[in-house]
Design a protein around this ligand. Structure first.
Ligand SMILES: [Zn+2]
Length: 235
């Protein structure tokens, strides 16, 4: 095998390694996107949970306010009945109202108390839910940090490979390098072995003269069909 072919093979190996690193970087990017989605869903679910608790508290408070307002109304009417001289019709009306409001007050107070207790219990559950939520968020953030570390490591590997590639590429004669780069733009492996009389890239049968030239290894030979660089695999 010529030095030039060896250089091309080394270049092809580095390029293959770079593609592998790129593939893993793409996998990591997908993993990171998935984790960020989960984080957003987790935050959203907890916001909804908090909102449900706020609604319950608000409902309880509204009911308590209604109890107080009803109570104040009864006192006001009663005061009027006890201390003011009012027409009979109005008096009848006020008595009726007081009776009605009193009848409603017990139910309201009971409902307000029930809601308060419910809000109280839900507050305790919310604290537990929050602890679990924080735990889950923590785990996702740990996973994200791990992904970040792996990405940094891969980027460093890629930098090293690119530096290596630059050195190798500079060693290859320009006309071969240009041909290599053209191939690299269209096929995944620009340098392939001869495989049982066929090209290891396009798998078409090679001319006997081509096979002979590859086997001799005195020059750089390309496939007459796909123009990939060919090398002989001695087994
Ligand atoms: Zn070929």
């Amino acid at each position: 095998m010529t030095d030039q072919l060896q250089q091309l093979l080394a270049l092809a190996e580095v390029d293959k390694a770079i593609r592998t690193v790129d593939g893993r970087l793409a996998d990591l990017a997908a993993e990171e996107a998935r984790l960020r989605d989960r984080l957003a869903q987790e935050e959203e679910a907890f916001r909804e949970r908090q909102e449900a608790h706020r609604r319950l508290r608000h409902e309880a408070l509204t009911k308590s306010t209604e109890v107080d307002a009803t109570d104040a109304k009864i006192r006001g009417y009663q005061k009027k009945l006890d201390h003011e001289i009012i027409p009979y019709k109005e008096m009848e009306y006020l008595r009726e109202q007081v009776a009605l409001l009193r009848a409603r007050l017990d139910g309201l107070a009971e409902e307000a108390l029930r809601l308060m207790e419910e809000a109280e219990q839900d507050g305790e559950r919310l604290r537990e839910d929050e602890a679990r939520h924080r735990e889950r968020v923590g785990r996702i953030q740990d996973d994200l940090a791990a992904v970040g570390r792996q990405r940094d490591e891969l980027l460093k590997q890629k930098d090293d490979l690119n530096a290596k590639r630059e050195v190798l590429a500079a060693e290859v004669p320009p006309h071969l390098h240009q041909h290599y780069e053209r191939l690299r733009g269209s096929v995944s492996s620009p340098v392939v072995p001869v495989d049982g009389g066929t090209c290891g890239g396009c798998h078409l049968r090679l001319a006997d003269t081509t096979l002979e030239r590859v086997r001799e290894g005195r020059e750089v030979v390309t496939c007459e069909n796909c123009s990939r660089f060919l090398y002989w695999q001695w087994r």
